[in-house]
Write a protein that binds this ligand. Structure first.
Ligand SMILES: C[S@@+](CC[C@H](N)C(=O)[O-])C[C@H]1O[C@@H](n2cnc3c(N)ncnc32)[C@H](O)[C@@H]1O
Length: 336
């Protein structure tokens, strides 16, 4: 059954579907974008491209960022969040192994059955596929290296609009056979006003909030107890933009909501302020992806004459990356 038929059935039964449920269905249903079989997703021939799919230099820069903080290490446990094709995992494994660092365990949090299968088929080494972060088992002699690229932007949010001192939830319904957005009063309005109390909302402002993201960050916090390094790169904002950050991409082209229902990737701008606040005791640092590459690209790749590599470095530095330029940021923190 197509995604559109499933959406129509929900609207027929419940009257409407909220934005988060709509996107979860579109991304992660068996027929959803991330589970569709035999459809290339993250590649030049797929729907969008990510830094690790452009060049291994992105992964090498993350390794170097980690190794600048942790010198003389021997055993590392890799934990990747949302690895997709598994290309970054491969690059990081290769770089660290070449530095004579032993990768003692590899753990992965990946929701898509399609990508899990792909990673299983591609890799010779054993991988712990986690259903939940609390399943992670770190040995006392391991340093946990947690990293992600464009993982948090794939986590869907609900959307609310501020109207007459309350947050109303934005939902999708059908009127006269056309899809329409409607605003419904929400029991979460008071909670949201308290949670975002330092912001001054005006009528018409939009708030994106995901309980799932809040609890995922808490789960992460509870596993970051001993020696670890965390680095996440994503596109997002430091202050709430108070407008929709929802993006729809199909075959490298932006599409509008309801233009098409199948074979579309949905993503949101990431709330870096929330991540920063959750982990403030570790003094997180946020830098642009451009600075990440400038600062941490290993020295031996700096004076490169190879035009392919130079072009790749320029792209992942954000100069011409999916029109998103400097919106890509990196957050990192650690405990020694
Ligand atoms: C935009 S893709 C990025 C993939 C890869 N990191 C890259 O840079 O090419 C987002 C990835 O996060 C995964 N993902 C999204 N939500 C997830 C969740 N709640 N739990 C685990 N994985 C999730 C998706 O299946 C996908 O692999």
């Amino acid at each position: 059954m197509s995604i559109q038929t499933k959406v129509d059935n929900i609207i027929k039964t419940l009257g409407s579907i909220n934005i988060q449920d709509f996107i979860e269905l579109s991304n992660f249903d068996d027929e959803g974008f991330y589970n569709l079989k035999n459809v290339s997703k993250i590649s030049k021939n797929g729907h969008f491209i990510t830094s690790p799919e452009i060049t291994p230099l992105f992964g090498y820069s993350l390794c170097n960022q980690f190794l600048q903080a942790f010198k003389n290490i021997s055993k590392v446990h890799l934990l990747e969040l949302g690895p997709g094709n598994g290309t970054l995992l491969h690059d990081i494994y290769k770089y660290l192994s070449n530095q004579n660092i032993e990768i003692t365990q590899i753990s992965i949090l990946e929701k898509s059955k399609y990508f899990k299968r792909k990673i299983k088929d591609k890799n010779l080494f054993e991988i712990n596929f986690l259903n939940d972060l609390s399943d992670l088992k770190v040995n006392s002699d391991e340093i946990l290296f947690v990293y992600s690229n464009e993982f948090f932007d794939a986590i869907s949010s609900k959307q609310y609009v501020f109207e007459n001192k309350d947050f109303n939830e934005i939902k999708i319904t059908k009127i006269d056979n056309s899809y329409t957005l409607i605003n419904e009063s929400s029991l979460l309005s008071k909670f949201l006003k308290d949670y975002y109390s330092e912001y001054d909302f005006q009528n018409g402002d939009i708030l994106e909030h995901s309980n799932y993201l809040v609890s995922l960050l808490q789960d992460l916090k509870s596993i970051l107890k001993n020696k670890f390094f965390f680095t996440a790169t994503d596109y997002g904002y430091d202050k709430l933009p108070k407008k929709s950050t929802l993006r729809l991409i199909s075959r490298h082209q932006p599409v509008a909501l309801f233009d098409k229902f199948d074979d579309v990737d949905y993503s949101f701008g990431v709330n870096f302020e929330l991540i920063m606040k959750t982990f403030e005791k570790f003094d997180p640092v946020i830098i642009s992806q451009e600075n990440l590459i400038k600062t941490f690209l290993p020295k031996n790749f700096h004076n490169n004459d190879d035009t392919e590599s130079l072009k790749a470095i320029e792209i992942i530095s954000g100069k011409s990356f999916s029109n998103m330029g400097r919106l890509f940021k990196n957050i990192s923190f650690y405990l020694k």
